[in-house]
Write a protein that binds this ligand. Structure first.
Ligand code: HSE
Length: 426
């Protein structure tokens, strides 16, 4: 499959990097040959690193689109009018399109999607919403046995990053915005991030997929985060809430309620712990019930990974391939499993001991001899008469040392019950 790429900014560069690093896997394991046939950017300067690597390059987007050997246009330039022209021209010529351009699709999708259908080609846009989170394909395919009744999403990484840094580090709005821009999360025009416009583009697309209707983003209520102050952040904490910029979709009888605005989210809701540049989409479905997808919603490689997933999907559709077969699930390709004795983690040990002199010293001696480093120790008084619970938290250690040490400790005269061992997640 020969692809033409327009736009070599953050995400475009990431796409080239991933295609290069994974091409052997796509060829050998998936039987796909995805070839970057032409790279286009506005200036020779931007194209120089790609030319150096041997890719054919051009500054003429229309020449790329008119090249009959190119089957897929990957549009990663951003903006509205020019990309619209390119995509229309590509579709007219029977080319598939992969884009991360949520603004364009929210504004002109009602023209572009029907054109793609008429021409018998696809527009794939996984990277347009939620960066690397596969929410588009989930709504199109995986959730198809459900009706989405409501959706709440943290869908702008920059806004979430700003609110998190204000809340956790006490940064001012401006300081946090500057950090997000330096990290490459923000849109070229950051008002799109902070005024909720980018979130509205994405929410309109998610609401369309959920309701299977055309949701015009210009008609949805949008309010951003720029008027929030550290006082609001502090009062939210008093209310045991976090403030999040949310995209919201609800089915209300025969209408749909779609809006984007800052929300007080109770701290026991799953969305309240989605911090930093992370995005998350929380759905309530009729059959599945509640479900959450979360991950990096912005940034070079996360977003590029979604573009590449679209290219692989297109390549498979074009080759009429069935779902990726499970032919690796057989004896010949057996996994090399790490034995449990070689795993490394932190541990919680609860020892039940007699209440007598030197018990703790005996236990810690065994741990020291076993080269297990202690992170903390808890003893909360004496429980049953004569019995004490001592909890030891270890630093990361190897399981085989733990087994040997626990055996020795359980054999100590002062230890009365079998010791409890629980591994930490991290
Ligand atoms: N500016 C966007 C964000 C980038 O912060 O989420 C990904 O669309």
């Amino acid at each position: 499959m020969r692809i033409g790429l327009i736009g070599v900014g953050t995400v475009g560069g990431g796409v080239v990097e991933i295609l290069e690093s994974k091409s052997d896997f796509y060829k050998e394991s998936l039987g796909l040959n995805i070839e970057l046939a032409l790279v286009c950017a506005r200036s020779d300067e931007e194209l120089a690193p790609f030319k150096e690597k041997g890719y054919p390059v051009t500054t003429d987007a229309m020449a790329l689109i008119q090249d009959p050997s190119i089957e897929v246009l990957v549009e990663l330039a951003g903006g509205y009018e020019l990309p619209k022209k390119w995509i229309q021209a590509a579709l007219e010529q029977g080319k598939h399109v992969v884009t991360a351009n949520k603004a364009l699709l929210a504004k002109y999708g009602h023209e572009l999607f029907p054109l793609a259908k008429e021409k018998g080609v696809h527009i794939l846009f996984e990277a347009a919403v939620g960066g690397g989170i596969p929410i588009i394909r989930s709504l199109q395919e995986a959730f198809v046995g459900n009706e989405v009744q409501s959706l709440s999403c943290i869908i702008n990484g920059t806004a979430n990053y700003i609110l998190t840094r204000m809340s956790q580090e006490g940064l001012s709005f401006q300081e946090a915005l500057q950090e997000a821009q330096e990290k490459g999360y923000a849109e070229a025009d950051p008002t799109f991030d902070i005024e909720g416009i980018d979130a509205a583009h994405k929410t309109a697309l998610l609401a369309s997929l959920s309701s299977r209707t055309y949701v015009d983003f210009e008609k949805i209520y949008v309010s951003g985060i720029s008027s929030l102050t550290s006082a609001d952040i502090a009062f939210a904490k008093d209310l045991d809430c976090s403030i999040k910029l949310l995209g919201i979709y609800n089915k209300v009888e025969d209408q749909i309620d779609v809006r984007v605005h800052p929300c007080l989210v109770p701290n026991d809701h799953l969305l309240s712990s989605v911090n930093g540049v992370l995005n998350a989409v929380f759905l309530e479905c009729d059959n599945l019930g509640p479900t959450l997808q979360t991950g990096a919603g912005a940034g070079k490689l996360p977003t590029a990974s979604a573009v590449v997933a679209d290219l692989v999907a297109l390549s498979r559709y074009a080759s009429k391939l069935p779902p990726i077969p499970m032919d690796f699930f057989q004896k010949e390709t057996k996994a090399n499993l790490l034995p449990i004795s070689e795993t490394k983690t932190r541990y919680y040990f609860r020892f039940t001991t007699q209440d007598s002199y030197g018990v703790l010293a005996n236990i810690t001696r065994v741990l020291a001899e076993s080269r297990i480093s202690i992170e903390s120790i808890i003893q909360k008084g004496v429980q049953d008469p004569g019995k004490v619970s001592i909890v030891v938290i270890t630093e990361k250690t190897i399981e085989s040392r733990v087994n040997a040490a626990i055996e020795k400790i359980d054999a100590l005269e002062s230890v009365s019950d079998k010791s409890q061992v629980i591994r930490f997640l991290m």
